[in-house]
Every structure is written in structure tokens, then in C-alpha cells.
Write a protein of this length. Structure first.
Length: 329
């Protein structure tokens, strides 16, 4: 297994920051509203993810595990691991009396990286802002586990929460990137099975068309975390090259009528922008109550950097507010 060393990560970050600084001094910010902090955060994120195209997914998993940002919210929640219907997961709950409200959260990472641990700050913030227990689901990852493993695990964990006695009216789903994909697919699966639906869902930069090309996929590549080749590689790790297009993996092609209220956040400078807007428009046309928030100039999954970027902190406050208002507390 290819392990990332702290020295490698530091060297990649230093080089990325030096290039970003030189470019900004010569030509100004890459996007009009970017502060120095935003510029450097975007540069480092992109450098690490693009390096993984050469070094592979195991290296990227190792790099992410060694470069977590500190969380000021870690001390405001209690956590414990649980078996959620055969799926490993971790509870994040605000201190004090246990709330009735539950959020089932699916982390992002292109179906190949990520865990409740890597998303710990985000999950803790949601628990506090929504006054909810948040279940971070550690679904199986590709390429070790191919489609539909992650989708099956997401559905199993959600059903487990309800089987434990949670009122569906007190339950919400949420997820970022590939986790947003899983949240949509889980809602559709529950609807099609005639089971009670969660009361709402929040989709953070959801990956809704894994093979999209052109438009924002090209226009925003300079400001975002990677390029189409990186995403296609992750998709093929999960589904296999040349796999048929399944609406569980391509939510833009799914039937969306009958879903609960949705909050959709997307960055105005991310490569997924066009596909996320297309999903929102299709859902609204199908009669779904949907709030679409396009964050000017921001890149993919900026919410994960809430401890570093005020824009990320504000976005998660809005997610918590949205879900708290639409679920029974």
C-alpha cells in the first residue's frame, strides 16, 4: 500500500502555496472574491488531489488521514462507533440531553475516499447547528467494493435508524459530493419501496452526473479540486469502465417526484456547477420543494474547510437551520 508521508504532504502544500502566491501577486486573485486564505486553501487542495492521479487512491487516503484540520467543534459533541445494520458508522451528538432529531450523513470522496473521521468537523458542526444526532456512515469504498456496495450500505444504514425507533418525521439525510449522490439514491429507493421518507435532505455539492463534460467541467477547472479525468477514474473504480448508466449513480436521470424538501448547495466556481443546477431544475420541475444556494466563486466541498474558511462555517450553519426547521425536534 502506498503511504503518504508528512514530508511529502508538506512539500506538495508548500509548492502549491508558492505558485498561488506568485500568480496572485502578478495577476490578482484567481476569483474576484477570494481572500489570501481562500486562494491558498484551494491551491493546496487541488495540488494534493491532482498528485493522487499519479500516486493512486491508497496514497490519497493516507494523505487525507494525515492532514486533517483542527476542529473547534470537537469538544461540543460526544461520539461513539456503532454497527448500523451491518454498516460501520459513528454517532455525533451535541452535549446535553439527547435530541430526537437524527441526520444520516454520507461523506463524499468519489466513492473511493473519505470516512466519518475525515468529516468529523463537518459532522460535529451539523450536530450542534441542527441540535441533532448525526450518524456518519462509513459505507464500503471502491475499488475494493464496486457498485452497488456504497448505495446498498447507505440504504441499509438509513433503514436501521428507523428500525431503531426513529420517527421518519424526525429524520433527515445529508451528504456531500458522492455522499449527496447516495442521499438522493437512498430517498428514491425508499420512495420506490413505499417506505416512509425522511422529512428533508441537504445535498452539499452533490455529484449527480459522474461522466459530465464541457461547460463548468472545463470552465471552472482552474479554480477547483481536480479535473474530469480524476472524476472519471473514480467513477470507473466504483462502477467499472463502460458500465451501463444506472440512475442510482446518475441522479440527473432518476425519477425525482415525491421526494421531501431539499437544500442544495453548490459553489459558483466548481466543476460540478452545471450538473448540480440541472439536477435542481429537474427536481423542481417534478414538484420537489427545493432551495438552491449557489455560493459565488467557491470551489467544490468548501464546507469541509469550515474551520479555515468563514464561508464554509456559514454554509453549515444554513444546513443545520434548514434541517432543524423541517424535522420534528
Amino acid at each position: 500500500m502506498s503511504e503518504a508521508s508528512l514530508a511529502q504532504i508538506a512539500a506538495i502544500a508548500a509548492s502549491a502555496m508558492a505558485r498561488a502566491t506568485s500568480r496572485r501577486l502578478a495577476r490578482g486573485p484567481l476569483r474576484p472574491s477570494w481572500t489570501w486564505r481562500t486562494e491558498l486553501a484551494a491551491a493546496v487542495m487541488r495540488a494534493v488531489l491532482m498528485e493522487s492521479k499519479r500516486r493512486g487512491v491508497p496514497w490519497l487516503r493516507s494523505a487525507l488521514s494525515k492532514s486533517k484540520l483542527p476542529s473547534s467543534f470537537a469538544g461540543r459533541v460526544r461520539t461513539h462507533d456503532v454497527d448500523a445494520g451491518g454498516v460501520p458508522a459513528r454517532w455525533f451528538a451535541p452535549l446535553g440531553p439527547q435530541p430526537r432529531r437524527t441526520i444520516v450523513y454520507f461523506h463524499g470522496g468519489g466513492f473511493v475516499i473519505g470516512a466519518a473521521e475525515t468529516h468529523g468537523d463537518l459532522l460535529a458542526r451539523l450536530a450542534v447547528h441542527a441540535n441533532a444526532r448525526v450518524l456518519g456512515v462509513d459505507y464500503r469504498l471502491a475499488p475494493e467494493h464496486r457498485f452497488p456496495a456504497a448505495h446498498d450500505d447507505a440504504l441499509a444504514a438509513t433503514r436501521w435508524v428507523v428500525a431503531q425507533g426513529a420517527d421518519p418525521a424526525s429524520v433527515a439525510l445529508a451528504g456531500d459530493s458522492a455522499g449527496g449522490n447516495l442521499a438522493i439514491a437512498t430517498l428514491v429507493a425508499l420512495r420506490d419501496a413505499g417506505e416512509p421518507l425522511p422529512a428533508a435532505a441537504a445535498l452539499l455539492c452533490p455529484w449527480t452526473d459522474p461522466l459530465a463534460q464541457g461547460g463548468s467541467m472545463a470552465a471552472n477547472e482552474d479554480a477547483d479540486f481536480g479535473d474530469r479525468a480524476l472524476l472519471v477514474g473514480w467513477y470507473e473504480d466504483y462502477c467499472g469502465a463502460g458500465a451501463p448508466r444506472d440512475p442510482r449513480v446518475f441522479p440527473n436521470e432518476a425519477k425525482l417526484g415525491g421526494l421531501p424538501p431539499l437544500l442544495v448547495q453548490v459553489g459558483g466556481a466548481e466543476i460540478l456547477l452545471d450538473q448540480v443546477v440541472a439536477f435542481a431544475e429537474r427536481a423542481q420541475a417534478a414538484g420537489v420543494s427545493l432551495q438552491l444556494d449557489v455560493a459565488r466563486d467557491l470551489f467544490h466541498d468548501w464546507q469541509l474547510q469550515a474551520s479555515l474558511l468563514p464561508e464554509g462555517a456559514r454554509a453549515l450553519e444554513e444546513v443545520g437551520r434548514f434541517l432543524a426547521e423541517r424535522t420534528r425536534g
